[in-house]
Design a protein around this ligand. Structure first.
Ligand code: FMN
Length: 161
């Protein structure tokens, strides 16, 4: 994107209304809502990254795990949804990120959950788990228990070392 267009986008985004969340789980789900259905089965407090530009931008105020699907273009290009990119352009949202969980479909082969893997690499945090579509009951249990363990003080201390 040209520098002038980038600056215009930044100015426009700076004017948008904000919504703050202290949730430890932040997710994105498109209109097909597979990921939303998975998150509902976790029965945990969670905040959703807005799907539409008319909704307030989500700002994290506490450490969180990001749970996102991949929507890959050709050969894994543009696999991170623009809404997720926009969310991560906020410095505080990057600073509070502690780990990523990926939703995807193994039919995409080497690009399975590539968005989660790329974000984790870029932001230097671990990929905590990956699952397909809306997950099995085993995935729900693994993520639920995994997150509970992840947020224990002992686990957090280990990660800071
Ligand atoms: C057009 C399209 C492209 C996709 N690309 C990928 C991909 O590259 N890698 C992957 O693991 N899953 C891919 N998926 C699968 C989605 O990540 C999966 O269906 C997910 O559950 C969608 O979540 P949502 O309904 O919450 O948006 C793709 C799905 C669609 C419809």
């Amino acid at each position: 994107m040209a520098p002038a267009a980038l600056a215009d986008r930044q100015n426009a985004e700076d004017q948008e209304p904000l919504e703050f969340t202290a949730s430890n789980l932040i997710y994105f789900s498109s209109v097909s809502e597979n990921t939303k259905r998975f998150v509902e089965k976790l029965e945990m407090d969670a905040a959703r990254i807005p799907v539409y530009a008319t909704e307030p931008q989500l700002i994290s105020t506490a450490p969180y795990v990001l749970l996102i699907p991949t929507y890959g273009g050709e050969r894994g290009k543009r696999s991170i949804m623009p809404q997720i990119m926009k969310f991560l352009r906020h410095e505080v949202n990057r600073a509070n990120l502690r780990g990523v969980i990926g939703a995807g479909n193994t039919n995409f082969g080497e690009y399975y959950c590539i968005a989660a893997k790329r974000i984790a690499e870029k932001c230097n945090v671990p990929v905590l788990y990956t699952f397909e579509i809306m997950g099995t009951s085993e995935d729900v249990l693994n993520v639920k228990e995994g997150l509970e363990t992840f947020w224990t003080p002992a686990s957090q201390n280990r990660q800071q070392r």
